[in-house]
Design a protein around this ligand. Structure first.
Ligand code: KIV
Length: 262
C-alpha cells in the first residue's frame, strides 16, 4: 500500500473510510500496517503496555521511543504521535515539544486533545511546519479533572459546542480530527460541519473513518471491554493457550524435540 500524504488523507473526506489503529512497537506496527491507513502512537500505550490506570503519566521521551519503534516496523505508513498530557500547555511549550517529535523520530504528525480552547496551539504548530491531528469529545487526558470518562453530545448545547470545537480546530489548520465518546448522531453532525476527515472512536458510523486501540480490538485486554470495542480475535485466549501448550511441552520434555535441537 502506498503511504498516504496529508493531501490524500484529506481527499478521503466523505469517501472511502480511513482505517486508523494504535500501534506501540515495531513488531505489531509491521503487522497492523498491512491493513491500516494510519497508525496512531497513542498515549494509551501507557495504559495497555505500561499498566497504568490512565494516560496522564506518559512522557515525551516515551512517546518518541515508541514512535521510532512504530515507524521502523511500518516505514510506509502515515504515523501520528500523541502529544502527552502537560506538553502543550501554551504555544511555546507545545512547539518545543512537537518539534522534538519531528527531530527525534520520523513521525508524520502530532495529535493534540482539546477543542476551541486548543485552537491557538494547533495554529501555532501548523504555522511552524507541523501537521496536526485534533482530538475532541471525550478527552482521556481530562479524566482526572472530569472525574471519569464522560460521553459527550448528550444534549443540544453539547452538540453545538462540539461543532464549534471541530470548526475551530479545522480553522486552526488541523488536517484530520479524532472524535471520541460522542453520541453517534452528534458525531455525524460534527463530521458534516467540517471539510477535514473526522475519525471516530465510540462515535458511531457517520464519520470518515474509525480508530481503535489495537490491543482492545485484538482482544488482549480482558478486565474491561468498552461498548464501542469490537474484538476481532480473542488474543488473550490465543496467548494463554499457546503458553499453556509450551508449559505442557516443557514439563513433559516434549520440547525441544529433535526437530528443534542442534
Ligand atoms: O491514545 C489513544 O489511543 C487515542 C485513541 C483513543 C484515539 O488517543
Amino acid at each position: 500500500m502506498k503511504k498516504l500524504t496529508i493531501s490524500t488523507i484529506k481527499k478521503r473526506k466523505n469517501s472511502e473510510p480511513l482505517v486508523m489503529i494504535t500501534a506501540y512497537d515495531a513488531l505489531f506496527s509491521r503487522l497492523l500496517s498491512e491493513s491500516a491507513d494510519l497508525l496512531l502512537v497513542g498515549d494509551s500505550l501507557t495504559m495497555s503496555f505500561g499498566g497504568n490506570g490512565d494516560t496522564l503519566g506518559v512522557t515525551m521521551d516515551q512517546m518518541i521511543y515508541h514512535t521510532n519503534a512504530v515507524c521502523k516496523g511500518a516505514p510506509d505508513t502515515f504515523v501520528i504521535t500523541d502529544m502527552p498530557f502537560g506538553t502543550y500547555i501554551d504555544t511555546k511549550t507545545a512547539l518545543l515539544n512537537a518539534i522534538r517529535v519531528y527531530q527525534e523520530s520520523p513521525a508524520d504528525a502530532v495529535k493534540i486533545e482539546g477543542g476551541a480552547d486548543k485552537a491557538p496551539i494547533v495554529e501555532h504548530l501548523v504555522q511552524n511546519g507541523l501537521a496536526v491531528c485534533g482530538h475532541i469529545g471525550l478527552l482521556p487526558q481530562s479524566v482526572r479533572a472530569e472525574g471519569g470518562y464522560k460521553i459527550k453530545g448528550k444534549n443540544e448545547e453539547e452538540a453545538l459546542s462540539l461543532i464549534a470545537d471541530a470548526q475551530a480546530i479545522e480553522k486552526a489548520g488541523a488536517f484530520i480530527l479524532v472524535i471520541e465518546g460522542v453520541i453517534a448522531e452528534v458525531a455525524t453532525r460534527v463530521a458534516r460541519s467540517v471539510s477535514i476527515p473526522v475519525i471516530g472512536i465510540g462515535a458511531g458510523n457517520g464519520v470518515d473513518g474509525q480508530v481503535l486501540v489495537f490491543s482492545d480490538m485484538l482482544g488482549f485486554y480482558e478486565p474491561f471491554v468498552p461498548k464501542f470495542v469490537k474484538q476481532y480475535m480473542n488474543g488473550a485466549a490465543a496467548v494463554k493457550n499457546a503458553v499453556f501448550d509450551y508449559k505442557t511441552d516443557v514439563q513433559s520434555r516434549g520440547f525441544p524435540s529433535d526437530a528443534y535441537t542442534y
